[in-house]
Structure formats: structure tokens, C-alpha cells
Ligand binder design. Structure first.
Ligand code: MLT
Length: 271
């Protein structure tokens, strides 16, 4: 598989992307506090049939971050994704996002629906944070700037990985822990502030007029399957697939099952 990579500019930031394959374009937005590398299993498995595009979102991986003490809003991430489509001369793409990537994908669906060929919402929710969740994000943003990312490993791993993965897939646990440790503190802080500010986007769901796939790990405790069922009820013709024995990072925990569901959706879109 030939992986092409490069950078582009959006909002004055230099941002990184990778892509592989040809055909129907699929842009995948990663979760917090990870990077485009999170999608490596899907890049590898789907590039034989589709053009898979994987950016590092602002502040993560090889991408420059928003200035210190600012919030990277989900609408900023959506604007960056649209700028990437422009840079790669892609008109419409299937936009997919996991968790924070899903918040950004919904912001894109709201602000630039004409760029959507389809939408994939994985382990995410349409609603805003509660006040308590907002406060805890702002505390975490302050703490990560003061202390670095180590505390996040213990704080996040039990929440973002499902029970089965924690008990039986040490290599996945190690990989995710490494990605959390590598996340730049400034990027983590800006993303936390941006997620804290995000509005309720439930209003976007009934307006969607492209095919929508919702994916969720059955052991997802952060955005539990009930959140996905609630989105499905609001989306005309939305399709929900539950991934058994996977938690919040279903695409990494059960990559074959996740990719199979995603690939089947994409094949139907192409035909
Ligand atoms: C993610 O996986 O992107 C995060 O769990 C999202 C969040 O903190 O709400």
C-alpha cells in the first residue's frame, strides 16, 4: 500500500494528512487525545477499494496546534477538514469521525452539508456536555499544561477501552497508552476547551440527507450504545451497527468488525 502524505494550511496552522487508495473519498477524523494513526487498521484494510484520507487534527500527531490558552472548537476542526478537502481537490466525501472526530463531523454536516457524500458517526454523541463534564474538562486542560499527559493515561484508559480489551488485549492497551503519552499537552488542553464549548447538535440529525452509518462498541461507557440509539431515532434511514466486545475505541479494539461494517456501508454508497 502506497501512503501519500503532506501538509496544508488552515486557520494559519500547518496541518498534516495522509492518504492511500483511490475511488470514493472517505475522510476519517480521529478521537481525543489520539492522532490519525488511530485509523491505521482502516487505512490499510480499505485503501484497496476507496480513497482513505486521514488527517492529524489540530494539536495532535504531526499537526501544529491552536495557540496556547485558546479553545479548538469542533467548528474549527470542521473548517480544517473542509480546507483539507479543498487542498486535495475533493468535492464531496464520506466524512467519518470517532468520538471527538464525530463531534467535528457533525459540525461539518451542519456548516458544510454540500461536502457530504455520507456520514459515519462512531462512538460519539450529538448532545453537549453537562456543566459538571464541562468543568472537569477545564480542570483537565489546566492540569495537563502543568503536569503533562501522564495522569491522563490512568484517567482515560479505563473509560475509553472496553472491559474485554482491558482484560484480554494487552497490545491494544499498550498502543493506546503510548498514543495518550505522546499527545502534546497544548493540543490536549485546546481540544478539551473546544469540546467543553461545543453546542448541542441534535438539531442537525433530522436534517441530514445523506446515508448515515452509526457505529458503537457494545461496551462503550463514555458514549454508551443508548446515545447511538438516540441518534438513530432522529436520523431518517440511519443505520446502527453495534460492535461486540468493544468499548469506546471500537475501531482499534475490534478493527476487523469495525472495518467490515464501514466497508460494507461504503460499498453500498459506491454502487
Ligand atoms: C474521544 O474519544 O474523542 C473523547 O472521549 C471525547 C470526549 O472526551 O468527549
Amino acid at each position: 500500500m502506497e501512503v501519500r502524505k503532506g501538509t496544508y494550511t488552515s486557520r494559519g496552522l500547518r496541518l498534516a494528512w495522509r492518504e492511500a487508495g483511490a475511488g470514493l473519498p472517505v475522510l476519517l477524523l480521529h478521537g481525543f487525545p489520539l492522532s490519525g494513526a488511530m485509523w491505521d487498521p482502516q487505512l490499510e484494510a480499505l485503501a484497496g477499494s476507496f480513497r482513505v484520507i486521514v488527517p492529524d487534527l489540530s494539536g495532535f500527531g504531526a499537526s501544529q496546534g491552536d495557540p496556547p490558552d485558546t479553545a479548538c472548537r469542533m467548528s474549527d476542526l470542521a473548517a480544517d477538514a473542509v480546507a483539507l478537502l479543498d487542498h486535495l481537490e475533493v468535492g464531496r466525501a464520506v466524512i467519518g469521525g470517532l468520538s471527538m472526530g464525530g463531534y467535528a463531523a457533525l459540525a461539518l454536516a451542519e456548516g458544510a452539508p454540500e461536502r457530504l457524500r455520507g456520514l459515519v458517526l462512531a462512538d460519539t454523541r450529538a448532545g453537549a456536555d453537562t456543566e459538571a463534564a464541562r468543568q472537569s474538562r477545564l480542570d483537565a486542560a489546566r492540569r495537563v499544561l502543568a503536569e503533562g499527559t501522564e495522569f491522563l493515561v490512568a484517567a482515560l484508559t479505563p473509560k475509553i477501552l472496553g472491559r474485554t480489551t482491558r482484560e484480554r488485549r494487552p497490545e491494544v492497551v499498550a498502543r493506546v497508552e503510548r498514543m495518550i503519552r505522546e499527545a502534546p499537552p497544548a493540543g490536549v488542553a485546546a481540544a478539551q476547551r473546544g469540546m467543553a464549548e461545543r453546542p448541542d447538535r441534535a438539531r442537525v440529525l433530522p436534517r441530514l440527507d445523506v446515508p448515515v452509518l452509526i457505529l458503537v462498541g457494545e461496551e462503550d461507557e463514555l458514549t454508551p450504545p443508548e446515545e447511538s440509539r438516540a441518534m438513530e431515532r432522529e436520523i431518517r434511514g440511519g443505520e446502527l451497527v453495534t460492535i461486540p466486545e468493544a468499548g469506546h475505541l471500537a475501531s482499534l479494539e475490534r478493527p476487523e468488525a469495525f472495518t467490515e461494517a464501514l466497508g460494507s456501508f461504503l460499498r453500498r454508497l459506491r454502487s
